[in-house]
Design a protein around this ligand. Structure first.
Ligand SMILES: Nc1ncnc2c1ncn2[C@@H]1O[C@H](COP(=O)(O)OP(=O)(O)OP(=O)(O)O)[C@@H](O)[C@H]1O
Ligand SMILES: O=C(O)C1=C[C@@H](O)[C@@H](O)[C@H](O)C1
Ligand SMILES: [Mg+2]
Length: 182
């Protein structure tokens, strides 16, 4: 089942990008502004296992996390009118990239390394992939991951923008695009 036949206005929107770039925060705000249901795939995985991501990685392992991530993305991305934030590692899987790009409008949130590194302290405790790595290793991962986020329909560089400005910009741009294609 795909929903690649649905109109751009009805397609679900998927936010991608590196850990901590703001997918969950912005996705929630955009959903409010468009009166749509918000789905955070990390939260859905945590609900299924009844524990935080950190513990899923420790007790069950990353492989099971990634399988669950794929099946939940398949479930929600084939539905209409949702606003979906996927985890920062979701686009590592080609199948996930294909599901999202076939069924949804994919928006990549981008940020420079200099701005991102200011955020590390806030997010590190809940992101197992960042733990036990040196700053140099995290920087290497940050740049390596850029390749997977290049598979998108549109991209916004968020440096120097607050969350309201980002959500307003995305909401307004979507409405303009929907008018053009309607
Ligand atoms: N534009 C912004 N300016 C300042 N802080 C921001 C901005 N966007 C997000 N943040 C903050 O950065 C932190 C990480 O944001 P968020 O959890 O939304 O990231 P994420 O992309 O969903 O990460 P993950 O991939 O790990 O789920 C939060 O504390 C959030 O408040
Ligand atoms: O970038 C990643 O690999 C991850 C990002 C988070 O959103 C979670 O999905 C998890 O911590 C893994
Ligand atoms: Mg998130």
């Amino acid at each position: 089942m795909t929903n690649n036949h649905v109109s751009p206005r009805e397609k679900s929107i998927v936010f991608i990008g590196f850990m901590g770039v703001g997918k969950t925060t912005i996705g929630k705000l955009v959903a409010q502004k468009l009166y749509r249901t918000f789905i955070d795939i990390d939260e859905e995985i945590e609900k299924e296992y009844g524990m935080p991501t950190q513990q899923i990685f420790q007790k069950i392992g990353e492989k099971a996390f990634r399988e669950k991530e794929k099946s939940l993305i398949q479930k929600f991305c084939t539905q209409k009118l949702k606003i979906i934030s996927v985890g920062g590692g979701a686009f590592l899987q080609k199948e996930i990239r294909d599901i999202c790009l076939t069924n949804c409008t994919v928006i990549a949130l981008d940020i420079s390394w200099d701005s991102w590194k200011e955020r590390l302290n806030v997010i590190i405790d809940s992101r197992p992939v960042l733990q036990g790595r040196s700053m140099e290793e995290i920087e290497e991962l940050f740049y390596k991951r850029q390749e997977i986020y290049s598979a998108h329909n549109s991209k916004l560089v968020t440096d120097n923008l607050n969350v309201e400005e980002i959500a307003d910009y995305i909401t307004d741009s979507l409405k303009v695009a929907w008018e053009i294609y309607s």
